[in-house]
Design a protein around this ligand. Structure first.
Ligand SMILES: Cc1cc2nc3c(=O)[nH]c(=O)nc-3n(C[C@H](O)[C@H](O)[C@H](O)COP(=O)(O)O)c2cc1C
Length: 203
């Protein structure tokens, strides 16, 4: 069982990656695979939500009843601010902006999201950053290298096409499954096999 997961939503494009992952998390909670699930969102995420998910992110998040807590990046009353409450927690930032990458790579924790994710790293737990930006600068790449050397998993939001996606949902699901694999959740989903080629030819 995974004790707890904190999902960070930041101001990169692709909020749908985070929202789909939260949906999957709710199923895993129901099945007893995950104990607790929390969300921390940044002001950047609130802004991007206006363009990508039709407006009010906080209202949208209130629809996920499985969540144990939803916090803004300035909510320092959150229990997540202290690593004493997040021992054995896994962190997933999806989507992850270059701003968050830069902050984490430099130990900057003036917002709750970075504080929580830094706690996850400090206590030797798994942190997965689903980064989204293109192209990348040397600074972005160096920041990610720094984080990678600290054991952070850099998982670019770059879905594969070998499962023959037909819809945006198919592409987003690919990333959701990838993250579920990375957090170590047992989750049945399509995987690559040479059969995929035949599937396409048969359609
Ligand atoms: C519509 C929109 C899309 C954006 N997409 C990205 C992106 O894919 N990656 C990124 O690093 N920043 C992106 N940005 C810029 C960030 O939102 C901006 O740098 C912000 O300050 C980061 O906020 P955060 O620290 O809360 O993530 C985007 C901004 C907007 C308005």
């Amino acid at each position: 069982m995974i004790k707890g997961i904190v999902v960070g939503l930041s101001g990169a494009s692709g909020l749908i990656y985070g929202l789909k992952f939260i949906e999957a998390l709710c199923s895993l909670k129901k099945e007893g695979v995950v104990g607790e699930a929390y969300v921390v969102y940044t002001s950047g995420a609130l802004n991007v939500a206006k363009y990508e998910v039709g407006g009010d992110l906080v209202e949208l998040l209130s629809g996920y009843e499985c969540l144990n807590g939803v916090y803004s990046d300035s909510d320092w009353s959150s229990p997540l601010a202290s690593s004493s409450n997040t021992v054995e927690f896994t962190g997933v930032v999806a989507p992850c902006s270059m701003d968050v990458v830069a902050n984490l790579a430099n130990g900057i924790q003036h917002r709750l999201l970075e504080r929580v994710m830094y706690n996850v790293v400090r206590t030797g737990r798994k942190l997965i950053l689903v980064i989204r930006e293109t192209p990348l600068t040397t600074i972005d790449l160096e920041n990610m290298l720094k984080l990678s050397r600290m054991g952070v998993t850099i998982a670019p939001a770059s879905p594969g096409f070998y499962l023959n996606p037909k819809t945006i949902d198919d592409l987003v699901n690919f990333m959701t499954w990838k993250i579920l694999d990375l957090i170590g959740a047992e989750y049945k989903h399509p995987r690559w096999s040479s059969q995929n080629k035949n599937n396409r030819e048969n359609k």
